[in-house]
Design a protein around this ligand. Structure first.
Ligand SMILES: NC(=O)c1ccc[n+]([C@@H]2O[C@H](COP(=O)([O-])OP(=O)(O)OC[C@H]3O[C@@H](n4cnc5c(N)ncnc54)[C@H](OP(=O)(O)O)[C@@H]3O)[C@@H](O)[C@H]2O)c1
Length: 222
């Protein structure tokens, strides 16, 4: 049975049409978690039939659209593709020609070499999206926790999702959607902090690869 917090939509957040660009694991689990919280899901990727399968797996009113319709049919867009496919996916969604202009775009990608924990690009993935997706209000969020954890009935664990971005309304929208996943948020600054947030994911992976628990590798400040 789903955790109670996943079934309760926060009072502050209204139902949103959440568009997810991506048809992999992250799209599926985030879609399921937000659908449980009462949101509408719109799924797109490089294969619309595959997006249809993901929408079916999410259930409820989730539906697939062609990638070039995603922004128009969504209140907020979540980017959930591999770093290697990011530019192709953004192009399919017409992001470079302004389809995302004025929209909140939540970037959860990890451009990390999983074997070393080092970031692949010289810039941050989120800043790259902001550069490519003309006029988008990009927020870095949700890249650190395993997607599956948003579906787990972990009533005992409280998560804080660190996020950053330059647009206050988009930070508020993102915080509301994260609340609906059962977590709180910590805004750590503007999008110029994205690389720092992305590096934390690399750090966590490197500590895990060393056989240790990342929670024991940072000081407790309480
Ligand atoms: N899974 C997690 O727990 C988790 C947690 C936090 C962050 N993330 C990040 O979220 C992103 C998605 O992860 P995932 O687990 O969903 O990965 P995944 O299951 O491997 O799915 C990858 C997605 O990227 C797309 N893709 C790959 N190459 C592409 C290309 N050349 N052009 C267009 N699209 C391409 C795939 O499209 P097709 O379906 O068409 O192949 C698919 O939609 C990654 O950046 C990952 O680091 C994942």
């Amino acid at each position: 049975m789903a955790a109670r917090h996943l079934l309760r939509r926060s009072k502050e957040t209204t139902t949103m049409r959440i568009g997810i660009l991506g048809t992999g694991n992250m799209a599926t689990v985030l879609g399921q978690a937000w659908a449980r919280a009462g949101h509408e899901l719109v799924i797109a990727g490089r294969s619309t039939p595959r997006a249809g399968l993901v929408a079916k797996e999410i259930g409820g009113s989730a539906r697939a659209v062609a990638a070039d319709r995603l922004a128009a049919e969504s209140d907020v867009v979540v980017i959930a593709v591999l770093w290697e496919g990011l530019d192709d996916a953004l192009t399919l969604a017409n992001a470079p020609t302004g389809a995302f202009a004025g929209k909140t775009v939540i970037d959860c990608t990890n451009a990390v070499d999983f074997s070393t924990g080092m970031l692949k690009p010289a810039t941050s993935a989120a800043q790259h999206i902001a550069d490519v997706a003309t006029g988008a209000h990009v927020v870095k969020a949700l890249h650190l926790f395993a997607g599956q954890s948003w579906l787990a009935a972990d009533e005992g664990e409280s998560k804080t999702v660190a996020i950053c971005g330059d647009d206050n309304d988009s930070l508020d929208i993102t915080a509301g959607l994260i609340r609906d996943l059962g977590a709180s948020t910590a805004v750590i600054g503007g999008l110029d902090h994205a690389r720092q947030l992305e590096d934390v994911a690399g750090f966590v992976m490197a500590v895990v690869a060393s056989g240790n628990n990342p929670a024991s590798a940072v000081p407790s400040m309480t």
